[in-house]
Design a protein around this ligand. Structure first.
Ligand SMILES: C[S@@+](CC[C@H](N)C(=O)[O-])C[C@H]1O[C@@H](n2cnc3c(N)ncnc32)[C@H](O)[C@@H]1O
Length: 644
């Protein structure tokens, strides 16, 4: 129900609406005194529209919006945060290489910069489409918490406003662009040189997204704007308009020179119809004339071939009197004849014609191959209705009427060869994780996923909420658990029925995941001026680490800082009664105990770690520190030593 404002008319707004009706291109977005976006008139543009002469002012080709510069600053601003492991919500912690990260993806992308720089082969994201009420983001405007709690109810742990793009604020493009721009810039750093990003989007923002990506990835790295036609579901219901059932998947590469899009196996392509005794190995075939008019004439390809009745056939005979040559050299023809690649038969006009057999699974050199065709820019398969039904049938309720079909994501993953780490930082119901596990189970692949999702509250009226899933991360994690279990059960059943080959039986895919959550830094804030210190603070600062942080929290903080992947295996050993953590054997060794005895340090050094880290406060004085350096210099000079 609309609320009466009990205010007089705002004539400025009315006038802007009138100008918008006459000159839509003279309307832009700006911020009011409170920092909220509003419509405004671009007077330079209006002046130009009302003048026959070129108006004053510099022109340049640029794409900008209100808040672009601020969004760049936001993307570059360092944060004092970390990722805290949550073993109890994880699955197969010790062995898995998959990650599920909870938090705002801007923070997460910043935190992953060291550990995953140039390490990700494929990113798929399905960001909010800016339909008017579908995204939250943080900004720095100074509003009182109460104002916003009332209006939006969303704050992060540091009381930054998490702004929800509501119907009332309209579908402002500036907010959406400011949300996407820094995230894509950070995401690009994570892609390998052969890396590719796929971004789902619809008509609301596709034009802006394309411009942003041209800027972030470089126009030359644009790969394609794919169209996905949703088989069932989706589509506008407005009877006056076109009924649109398609959306887009924008694809950009890190470096266009290095990528290759894998073709689609032709499998049952119609023209391969004939069979011979080589069916098992070479597949079906069709016949192609050996003498084609289109081949550039060459004397070496012009030789006579003997027909079964002894007749001499020349290329010219097969080309109805035009000068021509064969496609194959004489030696290749002789090889083909012996190995069953050549057919010589009489045509309808009773003349002899020479053909080569074009096999489906074998090239003209005798190599077994998978014949592929270039994938089309229109993907005319898969349905979002099926995707929602799947989630519903998995017992995960109705929260996601916008989840993507697993098959669609599998299709995209299959377009890239050997993709190992696949990142989705708007992961929603974790469709991408499901697709990765499913595809690994089908083709024996070893792909890993990293899912990132904001713990956004579920709708209290949704079945998901009633079933106990209070935020989207809970749904995502549960989906991965259930999907993984089903995949394992299916593989076990196949194995019992003897449907798997021996080597496949050992290929159970990684269905585990480590859960990590964004939190404030592990370190205490020590930036006080000397006059600010009091006795209690000095006592507190004896340790610079927050009291509620465990050794494993500290270990992951160090991995992030030092750029070590978060998926590596790690164990804890007792050495001299002290806990010592070994990451991937001795890639990194950490001991965060207060007071580490010299014998323990010597033992760690004897293991020759690549990197070693201690707690700063565990050394009573600088001679102690020098002693540690000396021990490593003698026993393991290659080790890099750091303290926290
Ligand atoms: C369109 S949905 C993705 C749906 C997903 N592809 C699927 O199949 O379920 C977008 C998701 O991004 C999440 N999201 C929005 N802003 C985010 C942010 N700043 N950080 C992390 N996740 C965010 C939303 O909570 C939502 O779940």
């Amino acid at each position: 129900m609309e609320k009466l404002t009990q205010e007089t008319v705002n004539f400025t707004e009315k006038n802007i609406d009138r100008i918008a009706a006459l000159f839509p291109s003279a309307i832009t977005e700006t911020k009011d005194a409170d920092g909220k976006l509003k419509q405004a008139v671009n007077f330079d543009q209006l002046k130009q529209l009302l003048s026959d002469e070129v108006a004053d002012g510099d022109e340049s080709y640029e794409f900008t919006w209100v808040g672009k510069k601020q969004s760049i600053i936001e993307g570059n601003r360092p944060i004092r945060k970390t990722l805290r492991p949550c073993k109890e919500e994880s699955k197969n912690w010790d062995t898995t290489e998959n990650l599920y990260i909870e938090g705002d993806n801007l923070d997460v992308l910043k935190l992953l910069q060291n550990s995953y720089l140039n390490k990700v082969k494929m990113i798929y994201i399905d960001p909010p489409y800016n339909t008017g009420n579908d995204f939250v983001y943080r900004d720095n405007f100074k509003f009182s918490k109460e104002d916003y709690e009332e209006e939006l109810g969303l704050f992060d742990e540091e009381e930054n406003r998490l702004f929800k793009n509501t119907e009332t604020s309209g579908r402002y493009h500036s907010d959406w662009c400011s949300m996407m721009y820094p995230r894509l810039q950070l995401a690009r750093n994570l892609l390998t040189d052969v890396g590719v990003i796929f971004i789902s989007i619809d008509d609301n923002e596709v034009h802006n997204l394309r411009k942003i990506c041209d800027e972030v990835f470089g126009e030359e790295n644009f790969v394609a704007n794919l169209i996905w036609t949703n088989k069932e579901g989706g589509g506008s219901s407005d009877s006056k308009m076109f009924r649109l059932k398609h959306e887009y998947i924008l694809c950009y590469s890190r470096n266009i020179d290095y990528i290759e899009i894998t073709g689609i196996p032709v499998g049952n392509e119609d023209r391969y119809k004939l069979v011979d005794e080589y069916l098992e190995t070479r597949g079906k075939y069709y016949l192609q004339k050996l003498g084609m008019g289109s081949i550039q004439y060459s004397e070496s390809l012009d030789y006579p071939i003997e027909a079964p009745d002894g007749t001499r056939i020349t290329p010219i005979d097969n080309n109805k009197g035009r000068k021509a040559c064969w496609r194959w050299s004489k030696s290749k023809y002789e090889w083909g004849l012996v190995n069953g690649y050549i057919v010589i038969q009489k045509d309808r006009d009773d003349s002899w014609t020479v053909y080569s057999k074009q096999y489906l699974n074998c090239d003209n050199e005798g190599n077994i191959i998978t014949r592929t065709q270039r994938p089309m820019g229109v993907i005319d398969e898969f349905s979002s209705t099926q995707a929602s039904k799947l989630l519903y049938n998995m017992g995960l309720g109705d929260q996601f009427n916008y989840s993507k079909p697993i098959e669609l994501i599998k299709y995209l993953i299959k377009r890239l060869p050997n993709n190992d780490i696949i990142l989705d930082f708007f992961s929603g119901s974790a469709t991408t994780a499901h697709a990765v596990m499913q595809l690994n189970a089908e083709d024996g692949g070893n792909r890993k996923f990293i899912m990132v999702q904001l713990p956004e509250e579920t709708d209290p009226n949704s079945e998901a909420y009633k079933a106990g899933y209070k935020n989207i991360c809970e749904i995502g994690k549960e989906r991965i658990r259930r999907a993984g279990k089903k995949i394992e059960e299916e593989l076990n059943a196949k194995s019992k029925e003897g449907e798997l080959f021996k080597e496949e039986e050992h290929r159970t895919p990684d269905t585990g995941f480590r859960v990590l959550k964004v939190d404030s830094t592990n370190m205490k804030d020590v930036y006080y001026s000397p006059s600010e210190y009091n006795q209690q603070m000095l006592l507190d600062l004896e340790s610079n680490i927050k009291e509620d942080r465990t050794d494993i929290d500290l270990l992951y903080g160090v991995l992030l800082d030092w750029g070590v992947p978060l998926s590596l295996p790690h164990i804890t050993e007792k050495i001299g009664g002290k806990d010592v953590h070994f990451v991937n054997d001795a890639d990194l060794v950490a001991c965060f105990e207060e007071h580490v005895p010299e014998e323990v340090i010597r033992e760690i050094a004897r293991r020759k770690p690549l990197r070693v880290v201690f707690r700063d406060s565990s050394f009573r004085n600088s001679p102690d520190k020098i002693n540690v350096t000396e021990i490593f210099k003698t026993l393991s000079p290659e080790t890099t030593i750091k303290v926290i």
